[in-house]
Design a protein around this ligand. Structure first.
Ligand SMILES: [Zn+2]
Length: 229
């Protein structure tokens, strides 16, 4: 009888331990992950890397086999970047970073549709990112197409990418200066605002814990001009 009681107790204990990881996993999923790095520090690291890139003094950090082995166990990127697919604007190169450093989303015109927003949300909520940069670039082909195709297309289906760029073209129309440069800048500003609209991220931006910033990459000099709202 005593023996049976002991076996039963042991079985119950084993069951309890087996259930623990499940309970813990649910708790983690519901909460926002702890920050990999404070927002200010992450932005500083990105901009310092860009300065090295501009000056031609690349350090190629975190690109060794050791780093590959380290991040194979799990990723903890310190920043997220939404950039254009343009082959001249790869974030890991223009910020002089390596494996596991930047959570990157790239799409023509650096627009933020639902999948892009969800991807960046994931990086903040589950990977601990606290700095998100929206990076437009000068002479962006997608924006040029949107500017040139804007007239007379208001009711036409121009496809998902140009539809996303349409508000930036409309909002910047008539501004002094180059219409493409103006639309590039306006698009980055609108995307920054759009990313901060989810309730959870908006609260983090308001408290200062999360930075969502915009920048324009200069194809000629390699520099990034940060935008202020
Ligand atoms: Zn582009």
């Amino acid at each position: 009888m005593i023996r049976r009681h002991k076996i039963l107790t042991r079985s119950l204990l084993l069951l309890a331990f087996a259930a623990m990881p499940l309970v813990a996993a649910r708790t983690v999923t519901a909460a926002v992950s702890a920050a990999t790095m404070p927002a200010d520090q992450a932005l500083k690291l990105l901009l310092e890397g860009n300065q090295r890139f501009v000056a031609g003094k690349l350090e190629h950090p975190n690109q060794t086999p050791d780093r590959r082995a380290e991040v194979a166990k799990g990723q903890h990127p310190f920043a997220s970047v939404l950039a254009c697919s343009d082959s001249r604007t790869p974030p890991e190169i223009i910020f002089d970073r390596g494996l596991g450093d930047i959570f990157t989303v790239r799409v023509a015109g650096n627009v933020a549709d639902k999948v892009v927003i969800e991807s960046l949300d994931y990086s903040v909520k589950h990977l601990g990112v606290r700095t998100v940069m929206v990076l437009g670039h000068r002479r962006c082909g997608a924006v040029i197409a949107a500017v040139e195709g804007h007239e007379g297309t208001a009711d036409q289906d121009v496809g998902p990418m140009l539809s996303e760029l349409r508000p930036a073209v409309a909002d910047s129309k008539g501004e002094p200066g180059d219409p493409v440069e103006n639309a590039v800048r306006e698009n980055v500003k609108l995307v920054v605002k759009k990313l901060a609209t989810s309730e959870e991220l908006a609260a983090m931006v308001k408290s200062g814990e999360l930075k969502i910033v915009g920048g324009i990459y200069d194809l000629d000099t390699g520099t990034i001009q940060m935008l202020t709202n």
